[in-house]
Design a protein around this ligand. Structure first.
Ligand SMILES: Nc1ncnc2c1ncn2[C@@H]1O[C@H](COP(=O)(O)OP(=O)(O)OP(=O)(O)O)[C@@H](O)[C@H]1O
Length: 245
């Protein structure tokens, strides 16, 4: 097994004393890892640090065995990500937007782009301007852009936000497809715990800026009725002895 991601003592404190502390995460090739935690726990902060959108105060991130800061472009070429709501050039059409993304990947063809648009359910509206898209449609386009270059590692922050029921099923199928066909590794932050229970091989619970616990979903389900039950139990425990960042 190859280690795709390893963080060591990853720490970031914002001016308001909030943030994350000493996060040790390790993802192996093929993992589908779900990041769970209450609002404000630090999930997005972790994903931003892993993708170099913000810098840590302390600690390191390794992607594919190489330090992120020393090999940023090389590492990130193998990563697809969707973090916070995407900021689109709204006057472009969906097709034009994916063509723009493709500039960095000369191997991608129109056929690739159409396949991906079809997979996320946007093929019929590919020539419409993004300006007229709903929140869910924009979310689907951001997903399409994240998986377009067939990255080995995909990082998704709240990917089902704004998606309707059909869209949520599409998302699940998409992750399964990438995982089964290509062995893509996923790190997904979400509040949709039932989705994560169906999709993830492992989960970690972030509470108050720290990695409170983690485990294999199959093992957790041997001792708990559902991931939700496990999560609520762990959260209650964490609240009993909270450590502030
Ligand atoms: N740029 C910032 N400046 C100051 N504080 C911030 C900043 N970004 C995040 N925070 C604070 O850091 C903490 C962690 O935020 P983060 O967005 O990582 O949480 P989250 O787990 O992703 O939450 P949610 O589930 O609500 O998206 C929160 O208390 C948040 O208010």
């Amino acid at each position: 097994m190859n280690t795709v991601l390893a963080t060591n003592q990853l720490t970031k404190q914002y001016g308001n004393q909030r943030g994350i502390r000493d996060i040790q995460l390790e993802l192996q090739s093929g993992d589908i890892y779900g990041l769970l935690g209450p609002n404000g726990a630090g999930k997005t902060t972790i994903l931003k640090l892993i993708t170099g959108l913000i810098r840590p105060d302390r600690g390191t991130v390794q992607l594919f065995g190489q330090d992120l800061t020393e090999h940023y472009e090389h590492g990130m070429r193998r990563v697809g990500c969707m973090i916070e709501s995407a900021d689109f050039h709204e006057f472009l059409t969906a097709s034009q937007y994916l063509r723009l993304v493709s500039q960095f990947y000369p191997e991608l063809t129109e056929k690739h782009r159409e396949e991906v648009l079809d997979r996320v359910g946007l093929l019929a509206v590919r020539d419409r301007r993004i300006r007229g898209f709903s929140t869910g449609m924009k979310q689907k386009l951001a997903l399409a852009a994240a998986i377009l270059p067939k990255p080995e590692f995909v990082i998704l922050d709240e990917p089902t936000n704004g998606l309707d029921i059909e869209g949520t099923v599409m998302f699940r199928e998409l992750v399964k497809h990438c995982s089964e066909e290509r062995g893509t590794t996923f790190l997904i932050s979400s509040h949709m715990i039932h989705e994560l229970e169906q999709l993830c091989s492992r989960v970690g619970i972030i509470f108050d800026g720290k990695l409170h616990t983690e485990g294999y979903v199959s093992e957790l389900l041997e001792h708990n009725q559902s991931l939700e039950q496990f999560y609520i139990h762990e959260l209650q425990q964490a609240k009993g002895g909270t450590v502030h960042v």
